[in-house]
Design a protein around this ligand. Structure first.
Ligand code: NAD
Length: 259
């Protein structure tokens, strides 16, 4: 990889993609070489001599791309990562909504292509600390539940952050069924590893999560709020700079932070 890192952003016309393009342009070590989306084609990317393009392969054919950053949608990431790694790029995935089978396929892809792939459901450092604290607390509490709150344009539920948090907590906490009965379907939330997740979708929210730990006579609430999409950018930029050092498939940015 050359000293400056050449970056292509997929989902570049979206809310996150636009913010990522701006953050890449602002960083002195990174060059934005392609902005890929399926909409807004031909629209100029502010601050750089580029327009939004449809064809990721076309970008590889015409210029250098070291890292592809994917903030499109969960169902697109496997195809994008397949194309990116076939062209020799590492991949940083922020899009959520991937299945367990997608994650397995990404792991195999990284192995087969000898390229590095990071899938991080949350790039906000505060959220990563929240997940770590929840994982620690899970070893001590009796029960736990997660409430995640997002803007009303979010397509997948529960959030990738909530799923990863529950998976991390379930390694420490086995909680049985309470034997309670739902009189309204879904009232007790979704279940990941035995941990209920409740998803709220409202205008006004960006990305928020509360993990409530229950103990005898006490509760502990761990809450993280992303109030602006810039909260994710230091993590995205760090991932782009470090991806070449982490072989294979990595799930969660915490592994890049040595937490
Ligand atoms: P958005 O709908 O505003 O943007 C998604 C963009 O991807 C759109 O412009 C869409 O046209 C484009 N797109 C979809 N499929 C595509 C494909 N196959 N090829 C090219 N472009 C494609 O959504 P958003 O709010 O920007 O969020 C994008 C993703 O990032 C979501 O999955 C969201 O959950 C996730 N997200 C992750 C983090 C994180 O920290 N990891 C933070 C916020 C959002």
């Amino acid at each position: 990889m050359s000293e400056r890192i050449q970056v292509a952003v997929v989902g570049a016309a979206g809310r996150m993609g636009k913010t990522v393009c701006a953050a890449v342009i602002d960083d002195p070590m990174l060059d934005l070489t392609a902005a890929i989306d399926r909409v807004s084609l031909g629209e100029p990317v502010p601050g750089v001599d580029l327009v939004v393009e449809r064809d990721l392969q076309g970008a590889f054919d015409s210029r250098a791309v070291d890292v592809v950053v994917d903030f499109s949608l969960g169902e697109a990431v496997l195809a994008n990562a397949t194309l990116a790694t076939a062209n020799g790029a590492h991949v940083v995935i922020g899009a959520t909504g991937t299945s367990a089978a997608d994650r397995q396929a990404l792991e195999q892809l990284a192995l087969d292509r000898q390229r590095n792939i990071l899938l991080a459901p949350n790039f906000a450092v505060g959220a990563i600390l929240m997940m770590k604290m929840a994982q620690m607390g899970a070893a001590y509490c009796d029960r736990a539940e997660i409430i995640e709150l997002h803007h009303d344009k979010k397509l997948d539920a529960p959030s990738g952050t909530a799923i990863l948090t529950a998976q991390l907590m379930a390694e420490q906490l086995v909680q049985g069924d309470l034997g309670d009965k739902e009189t309204v379907s879904g009232a007790r939330g979704g279940d990941v590893g035995g941990i209920p997740i409740h998803s709220v979708r409202l205008p006004g929210f960006v990305a928020h999560q509360e993990v409530i730990l229950g103990f005898l006579g006490q509760t502990l609430t761990i809450r993280h709020d992303s109030v602006d999409r810039t909260s994710f950018m230091p993590g995205v930029i760090l991932a782009v700079k470090k991806i070449s050092e982490y072989p294979g498939f990595t799930y969660g940015l915490d592994k890049f932070l040595d937490l």
